[in-house]
Design a protein around this ligand. Structure first.
Ligand code: CTP
Length: 134
């Protein structure tokens, strides 16, 4: 039987940390689904809109060879439903989320993978800002 893996994120200003987690998530199973969060979700979580709008973030993630399926994640509260709808066997998240999704261990395996060091969307935006200010 094939193993379905699912992961979620914003994937704004797509970078190598995103490539690494998606590649490693894919390697854990046979089929990788990625939920890409809405612009509104990002605003409510981080107080800023993403640089790239959700349709473009979705298209970028979908273009990865390791990604089989993508969808727009409308709400954090629907996580359980998404896992059920997509028949997920494994939920993968970066270890910045360690423990935060353990409540779903009743319906799938939950794995937290180590983040790639020294890169994040927030840092990239900050770096670009500081170059402009200089
Ligand atoms: N991720 C990772 N390594 C990084 C950055 C992100 O493994 N250096 C993972 C996160 O753990 C998450 C996925 O990539 O599972 C999507 O993360 P996202 O929040 O979109 O990216 P960040 O770069 O962390 O964005 P921000 O700085 O805005 O929080």
């Amino acid at each position: 039987m094939s193993t379905k893996v699912i992961t979620f994120g914003t994937y704004d200003v797509f970078h190598v940390g995103h490539v690494n987690i998606l590649t490693r998530a894919h390697d854990l199973g046979d089929h990788l689904t990625v939920g890409v969060s809405t612009d509104a979700m990002n605003f409510s979580k981080k107080g800023r809109y993403p640089v790239y709008r959700q349709e473009h973030r979705l298209e970028i993630v979908a273009s990865m060879a390791c990604v089989d399926e993508v969808f727009i994640e409308e709400s954090l509260d629907l996580k359980r439903q998404y896992l059920i709808d997509h028949k997920a066997d494994i939920l993968v998240m970066g270890n910045d989320w360690e423990g935060r999704f353990d409540e779903f261990k009743d319906i799938c395996e939950v794995k937290y993978l180590p983040r790639t060091d020294d890169i994040s969307t927030t840092d990239i935006i900050q770096d670009i800002r500081s170059r402009i200010d200089d």
